[in-house]
Design a protein around this ligand. Structure first.
Ligand code: GLV
Ligand code: MN
Ligand code: MN
Length: 398
């Protein structure tokens, strides 16, 4: 079972004919199929699989126990995402376990492959929901009440998938078992393209968060309502989109995006009554909230000028993360000094890094594109990544 062979096995699961790429969201049918596939594959390797109280899957090689070496990633995607973001870390972990088993290696400490739930927040809006719940960095009651675009709550969807949702939330016993966590991931920018190496070691993750801007006006007729009589929430929403770019440009290395904007009721000949837009903002250091403040001021002014109201809700926020220095040094030494890369992408490893030593490996992405169908990794690089993962897991698990 090679990593690229395993990716091939799931290549048809959750393809999105309308958007292109893949749409695999927490507890939907493609994600369920991927989970089933993972359980079967892990069991074939002799691993014992369990689902934790937050919907994360744990495949144990040997008995669970303290100081466990844990590796893995996620299987869900953004809407219309690529084939590698998430699954690459899961298939590489399975392939690494098999490669080590074939060599006759047996871990000298507890060892698990993990699949985190709802890493992208593609369904319920909060990224890394499985690892945030596990670590208690999101309130369980709030998580249970998160709604997907159809109004289904996390609690309802999770219960339908067989979880005892009343038990969802901080899981200190399980968290206490993790000695180190290592996540392999496709590189999501152009970071590795010109460096002549298929693999990099992760060093930092930029602070990031999501805010929902809800503008309310007066729904009305597109033909019968004179311009002077309108209270159209689309106007301040549009101003806000422009303010996002304008304000982000004033800060070095800031990234800020409006990738989702929903007018209600959403008719061509209807002035919207409300418009929701979601801001994804990421600035190295501590100034992301300041950037959001500036954008909020511009949004409020535009809302007032149109006679609309505005409510702003923070949906998630994570500070800058620096991965464990000793682990980074070991990974670099064992892998022949590959490049070290920062990333603007969020990861479960960055959530766990606040609690246990974590590290990341990135695999070269020749398109430099991610969260889109063009995300890519060459087969040779996928295999190089899986070999690198097996190599470091063997050393760490001795
Ligand atoms: C997840 O990939 C994110 O960075 O949003
Ligand atoms: Mn992603
Ligand atoms: Mn990911």
């Amino acid at each position: 079972m090679t990593a690229s062979g395993l990716l091939g096995e799931i290549a048809d699961v959750g393809r999105d004919a309308r958007r292109g790429g893949y749409s695999r969201h927490a507890f939907d049918s493609p994600e369920h199929d991927l989970r089933t596939w993972f359980v079967e594959r892990a069991q074939q390797l002799g691993l014992d699989v369990e689902t934790d109280r937050n919907g994360n899957l744990w495949a144990w090689w040997g008995a669970p126990g303290p100081d466990a070496l844990v590796t893995g990633s996620h299987l869900d995607s953004v809407p219309g995402g690529g084939a590698f973001d998430g699954p690459l870390g899961v298939v590489s972990a399975l392939a690494a376990v098999e490669a080590l088993q074939v060599k006759g290696f047996r871990p000298g400490r507890p060892f698990a492959v993990v699949v985190f739930a709802e890493e992208e927040g593609g369904r319920f809006g909060v990224p890394c929901l499985g690892s945030r719940l596990l670590t208690g960095t999101i309130d369980a009651g709030r998580a249970r009440g998160l709604r997907d675009p159809d109004g289904v709550t996390f609690a309802e969807a999770a219960a339908k998938a067989g979880l005892d949702v009343e038990r969802a939330g901080a899981d200190p016993e399980r968290l206490g078992l993790i000695g180190q966590f290592l996540e392999l991931h496709v590189e999501q920018g152009r970071g590795l393209i010109d460096l002549g190496s298929p693999v990099a070691v992760g060093n930092t993750v930029i602070a990031h968060g999501r805010w929902r801007f809800s503008f309310a006006g007066q729904g009305n007729h597109a033909g019968a309502t004179l311009l002077a009589d309108r209270v159209d929430p689309m106007l301040p929403a549009a101003e806000t989109v422009l303010a996002v770019r304008r304000q982000a440009r004033t800060r070095p290395d800031a990234r800020a995006t409006v990738g989702r904007l929903v007018p209600t009721p959403g008719g061509t000949n209807v002035i919207a009554s409300t418009v929701d837009l979601w801001l994804d903002a990421r600035v190295p250091g501590t100034s992301t909230p300041e950037l959001v403040e500036e954008i909020t001021r511009a949004a409020r002014q535009a809302a007032e000028e149109e006679g609309c109201t505005l409510a702003v809700t923070r949906e998630s926020y994570s500070d800058d993360v620096v991965f464990d220095e000793a682990l980074r040094r070991s990974l670099g030494e064992w892998l022949g000094s590959p490049p070290e890369l920062p990333t603007g992408a969020g990861h479960d490893a960055a959530i766990l890094a606040g609690f246990v030593p974590c590290g990341m490996l990135y695999v070269r992405n020749p398109t430099g594109i991610s969260h889109a169908p063009e995300e890519f990794a060459e087969v040779d690089d996928v295999e190089a990544g899986a070999r690198a993962l097996a190599d470091v897991l063997e050393r760490l698990a001795k």
